[in-house]
Design a protein around this ligand. Structure first.
Ligand code: SF4
Length: 414
């Protein structure tokens, strides 16, 4: 009969969280009765084959707590040299798996069931169009399209438009316009992808520090410029999904960037003005909760030739007359036409103390981006009667799409 193995626990001098168990073959008879030390941990991890040789079991855990060890290593000791032999796979601490990058969802293009066309939309829209032609709004002179005017290189013109859109969220047009000028000066006279990549973050931040969320936007600009250089040959991409893959760019910016930078009409750019005004006019039933719902509703019934211009018309109207707080219903011609033309009209008191709104008797110019849209015919089904609007670079996933043809006209203010 072989001699029983005894285990002795000692605290590691290198790491107090490690308890070392030494097993030594001993003569039982030499031990006094009842004095056998009992190992207090790592019972489950005791090696099956100790071979009778001296061995050390190291358990790593909270010293003295009696909790089970998480990682166990058995070292055979031979001639004073330790040699790793066994690790328990069950109790190995698993390193967390590296997270796969989040897959970007494609931007939704249409509703399963189109929203019904609002009864009075045409007259309402024509009235707003008439008022807008006689109003000068900040968006007419300081919109995102203005940023491209300071550039000569076509890539830089498109990139400056995108930068302007990225800076414009939560920011007035006047502030965005000034920030673009300051940024251009800080970058040496031109807003380019390489210029943003090479610039210090502090240089960009100082130039744009008047726009909303300027710290976050500084980071977005740097990352977006790097992605444009690495993935898009330092140019603004031509599809909504590619644009939305850039940090800080959402559907509204993507649709507006395509219209202004590439003269492509892939959908309606819905911002807070379009969202608010179309809800005040009760074009959405039930009312929409966010700009994306508004966009999908509008795209389902508004004639596609108006998709490119509605943003500019309603933004200017919202900046001057249909204000977010205290709309100037006293000046609005929709109000004069009766409650069915604007169900949200409010009574305006103290209009004398309000900011003057200048509405000319004659139209300034006809404004609004012009985007030529070509309807592609299905070779089997023939001409489509209810075309859906698709992305410019549609990959073929949607068979019934309207192809977009670039217009030769200059982009008009957004
Ligand atoms: S009547 Fe008032 S709420 Fe209605 S569209 Fe005109 S300004 Fe806006």
């Amino acid at each position: 009969m072989s001699a029983p193995v005894r285990l002795y626990a000692t605290r590691s001098s290198n790491n107090p969280a490690v308890t070392l168990y030494n097993s030594v073959a001993k003569d039982v008879a030499a031990e006094p009765s009842g004095s056998t030390p009992r190992p207090q941990r790592s019972k489950r991890t005791q090696p099956e084959d100790d071979g009778g040789a001296n061995s050390t079991i190291s358990s790593v855990g909270k010293s003295g707590t009696g909790r089970s060890a998480k990682r166990v290593k058995v070292e055979r000791v031979a001639n004073g040299n330790a040699e790793d032999e066994v690790t328990s796979p069950k109790q190995e601490v698993k390193s967390p798996r590296p997270k796969a990058p989040k897959k970007q969802k494609p931007v939704r293009q249409s509703l399963d069931t189109p929203h019904p066309t609002p009864e009075h939309w045409k007259e309402q829209y024509e009235t707003i169009k008439s008022m807008r032609a006689r109003l000068k709004a900040p968006v007419d002179t300081m919109g995102c399209d203005q940023a491209q005017n300071g550039e000569t290189d076509p890539k830089n013109r498109r990139f400056a438009t995108l930068v302007s859109l990225m800076l414009s969220s939560q920011t007035k047009d006047e502030i965005t316009d000034a920030a673009i000028s300051k940024l251009r000066a800080a970058l040496g006279g031109s807003i380019s992808v390489d210029g943003i990549i090479d610039a210090e973050e502090s240089t960009i931040s100082q130039a744009i520090d008047k726009v909303g969320f300027w710290r976050r936007k500084t980071g977005y600009l740097k990352k977006a410029a790097q992605k444009l250089r690495d993935d898009f040959d330092s140019d603004v991409p031509k599809t909504v999904d590619e644009l939305c893959s850039l940090p800080g760019v959402g559907p509204k910016m993507a649709f507006l960037a395509l219209q202004t930078a590439w003269k492509l009409n892939a959908g309606i750019g819905v911002d807070v003005h379009v969202h608010r005004i179309t809800n005040r006019l009760q074009w959405h039933k039930p009312p929409t909760k966010n700009p994306e719902e508004t966009r999908l509703n509008l795209q389902s019934w508004l004639p596609s030739e108006l998709h490119g211009e509605i943003n500019h018309r309603l933004v200017g109207f919202g900046q001057t007359v249909c204000l977010p707080v205290g709309p100037r219903c006293d000046l609005c011609e929709l109000n004069a036409k009766g409650p069915e033309r604007c169900p949200s009209a409010q009574k305006v008191v103290n209009s004398k103390n309000r900011k003057t709104v200048v509405m000319s008797e004659t139209a300034y110019t006809d404004v609004g981006p012009k985007v030529e849209i070509k309807i592609e015919e299905d070779p089997i089904a023939g001409p489509s009667t209810t075309p859906k609007l698709g992305l410019a670079n549609n990959t073929g996933a949607d068979e019934d799409v309207v192809g977009i043809k670039e217009s030769t006209q200059d982009a008009l203010p957004m």
